[in-house]
Design a protein. Structure first.
Length: 311
């Protein structure tokens, strides 16, 4: 399918969709490092600009719109006027794009917190906006470990389907392939994912195999807990070192933080995927991403639907 990608970042979501056989016809991000990474590894088609400067009528036609949108403007006091709130301009851009382009499907990724925002009123409002724009919406809370990603990352994936598509074109959300109990397959551990990498302090030719000097200390909160090599990693973060930087997860050897490469492998980026920018910027691009392996499953469902349509 032909895809428009908003808030594309380094392209974790896009890469998975492309690996499954889809085509991204237009992409955008405001962050120049993320755009450089996207251009080097995925395609030159990404536009580096603030999305607010983009005129939706100039975007190409597409079958699918994808992208996560921030939702700072969903305060409880203002729940009924979310589309008017200035802080919701990015949400509004996503909303207007699907309303104007009327794709067959949209995929929107968000943090788990969106479900409890305004005591659940925000997500109700979002669903009702999407409904008014012409879409049937499903909201799915996903633990990425259940899809073979070596990380217990929880994210909300909203799937929209244009109302007039009919039953045979129903988007079936991917069924979990892994579980804690081992059915159908056991969760993938952090050691399975990164155990083969050489010591980053010794000479090696692994891309982006450098790590943050941020001290490892165990204080029993996110980013400061011991890492168990036999389990999936905790969520790879995009912020949180207390100085505006990114808190990389400690390596299970207890001596250092994960390298950029190790973090990327836990997010299931290929080892040939090279990140651009400062160390903090690379960690942020990785922490922001949708795991490629999970994105590919969403992409495979789009390909199935495309074939279904052509029968
Ligand atoms: C959660 S990340 C998206 C990650 C991406 N889906 C992936 O899988 O790699 C959100 C992105 O929105 C971008 N962004 C934030 N404000 C923006 C704006 N005003 N215009 C364009 N992009 C923006 C950020 O730079 C960031 O890369």
């Amino acid at each position: 399918m032909q895809i428009i990608s908003l808030f594309s970042g380094a392209g974790g979501l896009d890469l998975g969709l492309i690996q499954a056989g889809n085509t991204v016809v237009w992409a955008n991000d405001i962050d120049k490092d993320a755009v450089a990474t996207y251009k080097e590894n995925i395609s030159e088609h990404i536009v580096c600009d603030d999305i607010k400067n983009i005129d939706i009528s100039t975007l190409p036609d597409c079958d699918v719109v994808v992208g996560g949108f921030p939702c700072q403007g969903f305060s409880q006091a203002n729940m009924l006027r979310t589309l008017d709130d200035d802080r919701n301009q990015l949400y509004k851009f996503f909303y207007n794009t699907i309303k104007i382009k009327q794709p067959k499907y949209f995929i929107a990724e968000n943090v788990k917190g969106i479900l409890s925002l305004g005591k659940g009123e925000a997500i109700k409002r979002i669903i009702s906006d999407f409904e008014a724009a012409g879409f049937i919406t499903s909201v799915n809370l996903v633990n990425m470990a259940n899809y073979g990603v070596p990380q217990t990352r929880q994210r909300v994936i909203i799937i929209g389907q244009r109302k007039n598509l009919g039953d045979k074109m129903k988007f079936h959300f991917p069924v979990p392939t892994h579980s804690r109990s081992g059915e159908p397959k056991p969760w993938v551990s952090i050691e399975d994912a990164i155990g083969h990498f050489p010591d980053p302090d010794k000479e090696n030719n692994v891309l982006n195999h450098i790590y943050s000097a941020y001290k490892v200390s165990y204080r029993n909160f996110t980013g400061h807990r011991e890492t168990d090599p036999t389990k999936p990693s905790p969520t790879i973060l995009a912020r949180g070192n207390g100085k505006g930087g990114v808190c990389a997860i400690p390596h299970y050897n207890g001596k250092r933080r994960l390298t950029i490469r190790e973090s990327a492998s836990i997010q299931t980026f290929p080892e040939t995927f090279h990140f651009n920018g400062t160390m903090g910027s690379c960690y942020r691009q990785i922490g922001n991403a949708v795991p490629v392996k999970f994105a590919r499953l969403l992409g495979e469902e789009l390909i199935r639907l495309e074939k279904e349509e052509n029968i």
